[in-house]
Design a protein around this ligand. Structure first.
Ligand SMILES: [Zn+2]
Length: 297
């Protein structure tokens, strides 16, 4: 056991707090970001625009869906649907310009926050050498979303502990963990610590979502009872999707965060993605966040 890990395990929370508050080193390599979602299209909706911005600047972004999406359709299912959705995710990742989009083979609708899934997540974060980890909060109507939040949160210290999941070398620096945006109010509402204008890449985000044909044009409209309103022709369908997924009113607290990070320019932003700093990972300073989100100039 290394001195660092022994120190961490013996001294526990007090020394971890010191580690967590150490300043992030200036980056002399591209940033490495890993985004977790429950289903193959969740990462896209939560962070597709910000991912495209990072990727355009040469940073390395990986999306991971913890389930294969094999329950997400009204008339298809099982392995055939999982295969279809994996292909859709690959195409979406290509359209955002990100490095990888991995879909794990856990069943949709059955995700549990168990040790097996936690180890799958620990390995992915370590292998990616992540500076930033993004996942939903553990407050959500959908159990798969909720448990994705729980599982990723449960790794926010374990990724640096060598004796945990020892088949994959531990990280020496704990990443910054961020929650993706949601509207749930209980037990506490989302707090937009960072808000990113995605206006420059909104077409890219919509085209990425468009790759998820089984979801955007079939399953989700069916759930919402609006399947009949989905156009059949591809260009008309894309316009319909743009209307559905962009240009919606921005919540007051997200607008305030945009003003904080962009100044007066924040008032004109049409589409944004927002993130909350999780208190369990490395705690970034404002300067750290400006390095991790190099978009505000
Ligand atoms: Zn989902």
């Amino acid at each position: 056991m290394s001195r660092l890990s022994k120190h961490l395990l013996l001294a526990g929370a007090a020394s971890f707090a010191l580690l967590a508050q150490a300043p992030l080193e200036a980056q002399d390599r591209p940033l490495r970001i890993i985004v977790f979602g429950a289903h193959p299209d969740d990462c896209d909706m939560d962070a597709g625009g910000t991912a495209a911005l990072w990727a355009a600047k040469g940073h390395q972004v990986k999306f991971v869906a913890l389930t294969n999406g094999d329950a997400g359709h009204q008339s298809e299912g099982g392995g055939a649907l999982a295969k279809r959705r994996r292909a859709e995710a690959q195409e979406a990742g290509r359209r955002y310009g990100i490095a990888e989009y991995e879909v794990l083979d856990n069943h949709d609708g059955e995700l549990e926050p168990n040790l097996h899934v936690r180890q799958q997540v620990i390995r992915r974060i370590r292998q990616w050498q992540a500076d930033v980890v993004i996942a939903p909060r553990p407050n959500d109507y959908h159990p798969d979303h909720r448990y994705t939040g729980v599982v990723v949160q449960d790794t926010a210290y374990m990724v640096v502990v060598p004796n945990v999941t020892p088949d994959t070398p531990p990280l020496r620096k704990n990443p910054v963990f961020l929650y993706s945006h949601d509207g749930f109010q209980r037990p506490n509402p989302f707090r937009p610590d960072v808000a990113v204008s995605i206006d420059a890449v909104i077409d890219k985000k919509i085209r990425g979502l468009d790759a998820h044909t089984s979801q955007m044009y079939e399953w989700l409209p069916w759930v919402d009872g609006i399947l009949d309103s989905v156009p059949k022709e591809p260009a008309a369908r894309l316009s319909w999707l743009r209307e559905q997924r962009s240009g919606k009113p921005i919540a007051d607290d997200v607008r305030a965060a945009l003003r904080k990070w962009y100044g007066a320019k924040g008032d004109g932003v049409k589409d944004a993605e927002a993130f909350e700093v999780c208190e369990y990972g490395r705690r970034p300073s404002e300067a750290d966040l400006r390095r991790l989100f190099p978009f505000f100039d």
